[in-house]
Design a protein. Structure first.
Length: 253
């Protein structure tokens, strides 16, 4: 059953079509890889789903709801949460505090309750407990109370992932999570993506240039070229598609 449905999506910037009639589904519980060269439209799609960009035409539905009728915070509240290529952590805050920031989308405090401090401590305690548990799940409990400043880049990437998980997403959109990682860290990331998908019952939409990572973790792969879809199918089938091999994965000989 499709959790995300993209239909005939077209995005234009002046005379340039960043996406042209894009259609595909992401089934509930799967890892869907989205690949293509720079400028293919991958991040543009993420920005449409996140309500940063408005399309010229087409539709996007998430869990049966019209995404294009939502505001950015409503998309997150509905369960579609993304990470970004560039880290946006606060270096002078602790790891746990950075993770707790991700829970703001579900905060129940009103202006009056915040002024009177009604329920704030209970809510903060809940976020702290949940955040520490997620850090423990991701092997980061030992640095939970350390400042982010000075931590290894691979650790910072995991912290950003933890921050996205605290809001209890249904679908996680990972925008090039392997950027800047070493070969061994990429392998660990692949294992972590599979583990997180199962542990948190997630659907994952993965934009990534590291083809080894995409093919190792994805159930389905969508291939874009200049804003158009040129392939869509099981990772094993896409890997063997001659056009895809030639254009994106390199020669098999």
């Amino acid at each position: 059953m499709a959790l995300l449905e993209v239909r005939d999506l077209t995005v234009q910037f002046g005379g340039v079509q960043a996406l042209s009639g894009l259609s595909f589904d992401v089934d509930r519980g799967e890892v869907c890889g989205l690949i293509g060269p720079n400028g293919a439209g991958k991040t543009t799609l993420f920005n449409v789903i996140s309500r940063i960009y408005d399309p010229a035409s087409g539709s996007v539905r998430f869990d049966g709801r019209d995404v294009l009728a939502m505001q950015a915070h409503e998309v997150s509240q509905a369960g579609a949460v993304r990470t970004f290529q560039n880290l946006a952590l606060w270096p002078r805050m602790s790891v746990l505090e950075n993770v707790m920031v991700g829970a703001h989308v579900e905060g129940h405090q009103t202006f009056v309750s915040a002024m009177l401090d009604l329920g704030r401590r209970r809510e903060e305690s809940e976020y702290r407990t949940r955040g520490f548990q997620i850090l423990d799940d991701l092997g980061l409990a030992r640095v939970a109370f350390d400042l982010c400043a000075g931590l290894p880049f691979g650790t910072l990437k995991r912290i950003e992932l933890a921050r996205s998980l605290i809001s209890r997403p249904t679908m996680l959109m990972l925008d090039e999570p392997a950027t800047g990682l070493t070969h061994s860290e990429v392998a660990e990331l692949g294992e972590l993506i599979v583990e997180v998908r199962e542990r948190y019952d997630l659907t994952i939409l993965l934009v990534e240039h590291h083809m080894g990572l995409v093919m190792s973790v994805s159930d389905n792969v969508v291939v874009l070229d200049s804003g158009r879809k040129i392939a869509d199918g099981a990772a094993t089938d896409v890997r063997e598609d001659p056009a895809v091999v030639e254009a994106y994965l390199g020669s098999t000989t």
